[in-house]
Design a binder for this molecule. Structure first.
Ligand code: PGA
Length: 239
């Protein structure tokens, strides 16, 4: 079985969310995680069986942070997972390693599983630097974390050049980076971690991706907003 996590970004308005919930209500979605915009978390929890996550959280706890949503607030809403360090936030919001450490610690303290994203850009891939980049992104955060929380964090390997483009790495490439990540954390901290793959996962490539045993699941953007596509992927990941 592979973990299916949908990152719905800001693709959907309220009525689209209701449609999505209605059109996927005929399947068992109790093991899939949906990360909608925070304003729809309640709706998913009220009207569906999805496990619900968030796409981001504040670096700080409750208090004077205008416009932020804290891990404690997410927990009080019922979120079980939260994406951290997505490449869109690294690029658009200039988020950095020290912020990811704070977010991860806040999430763990509030019983929310962080999904920590790493991945190289196209130039780095073409220069054969995928593992170097991903290794650096991991160490700059993990060196500041207490090892006792490391097994609670899920890592998502998301090559930036693959997000929303329809292009994906080959299976051996995904396997290579995934095993590198697992070995790095095992060798340096003695901890085992789950690793998801993300980037243009869809109903056409999920069967091929499922051949990679060491990948523990998928972080899915665009395809997680299309009911038929998401249902298909969920059905393929049950076994
Ligand atoms: P995508 O996005 O599936 O649309 O490529 C993945 C992600 O950004 O998490």
């Amino acid at each position: 079985m592979k973990l299916v996590v949908g990152n719905q970004k800001t693709y959907l308005n309220r009525s689209d969310v209701l449609d999505f919930i209605n059109h996927t209500s005929d399947v068992d979605c109790s093991r899939a995680v949906v990360c909608p915009s925070d304003i729809y978390i309640d709706m998913y929890l009220d009207k569906s069986k999805y496990v619900v996550g968030a796409q981001n959280c504040s670096c700080k706890g409750n208090g004077a942070s205008t416009g932020e949503i804290s891990a404690e607030q997410l927990n009080s809403l019922g979120a079980s997972y939260c994406i951290v360090a997505h490449s869109e936030r690294r690029a658009d919001q200039h988020e950095t390693g020290d912020m990811f450490v704070k977010k991860i610690n806040n999430l763990i303290e509030n019983n929310i599983i962080p999904i920590f994203c790493v991945g190289e850009n196209l130039d780095e891939k073409e220069r054969n630097l995928s593992k170097d980049v991903v290794g650096k992104q991991i160490l700059e955060v993990y060196d500041s974390l207490d090892p006792s929380i490391m097994e609670k964090i899920i890592i998502a390997y998301e090559p930036i050049w693959s997000i929303g483009t329809g292009k994906i790495p080959t299976n051996p490439e995904i396997e290579d980076v995934t095993s590198y990540i697992k070995d790095l954390i095992q060798d340096k901290y003695g901890k085992r971690v789950a690793v998801l793959y993300g980037g243009s996962v869809n109903m056409k490539n999920v069967d091929t991706l499922n051949e990679i045993d060491i990948v523990d699941g998928y972080l899915i953007g665009g395809a997680s907003t299309k009911p038929e596509e998401f249902k298909y992927i969920m059905s393929k990941c049950e076994r």
